[in-house]
Write a protein that binds this ligand. Structure first.
Ligand SMILES: [Zn+2]
Length: 217
């Protein structure tokens, strides 16, 4: 008798077994988290969870604690992603999936590659929060124009297959008699530091990967 003739459990049975495992507490927190994310956000929940896990391995040695990645609205709609330090959750903006008009002037770029870079950016905030053990947002120059952020994006950039960068906090300095926040030659500008890693990718990188995110999972 070949394997093909072995009785196979019905899909419903498998689902029930999984459900019991959760009830008995045998599923790990990470497995439960994935189930919850799929329950709430279907394919997008699976995509976010699995992309988080992959980036965690590739960029943080798997050390970043699992946490919910939610789809919704970011505060004030100012950004396409948000890290909430209080709950340690990451929120990805719905416009990454369903662009309304030309959201942020970037509608042609939105898709899984763009969303992955948004998620990675928020994961850096999460990693810095965990390492520091303290709240974010108290830095005088904001969360990006800081030595720890700059050091981290320098470390991570080659891991993305991109050429090395140089980043340091950009401070006001006098150039030719005028005070400005101009970066030193060869270093990222303050705006680029804040828009990492999107600032490093050519538009073609995102356009080549544009698919509807709902097709991605
Ligand atoms: Zn940020």
């Amino acid at each position: 008798m070949t394997d093909a003739h072995q009785p196979r459990p019905h899909r419903q049975d498998q689902a029930t077994e999984k459900g019991i495992a959760v009830q008995l507490g045998t599923a790990s927190y990470d497995e439960q988290l994935r189930q919850a994310e799929v329950l709430f956000f279907d394919k997008l929940g699976a995509w976010a969870h699995d992309t988080f896990a992959r980036l965690n391995e590739a960029c943080f040695g798997g050390l970043l604690a699992p946490r919910p990645v939610l789809w919704g609205l970011t505060p004030h709609g100012r950004s396409l992603g948000y890290y909430h330090a209080g709950s340690r959750r990451i929120v990805l903006h719905e416009s990454l999936i369903r662009p309304s008009g030309n959201a942020w002037g970037q509608a042609s770029l939105l898709g899984p590659r763009y969303a992955e870079d948004v998620l990675l950016h928020e994961m850096v905030h999460a990693a810095q929060h965990e390492r520091r053990g303290g709240p974010l947002g108290r830095e005088a120059n904001g969360p990006h124009n800081e030595p720890v952020w700059c050091a981290e994006i320098e470390r991570l950039t080659p891991l993305l297959g991109l050429p090395p960068i140089k980043a340091r906090p950009v401070k006001p300095r006098r150039v030719n008699g005028t005070v400005s926040r101009r970066p030193r030659d060869g270093y990222l500008s303050q705006g680029q530091i804040a828009r990492w890693p999107h600032c490093l990718r050519p538009a073609e990188y995102y356009e080549a990967g544009v698919r509807h995110l709902l097709d991605a999972a």
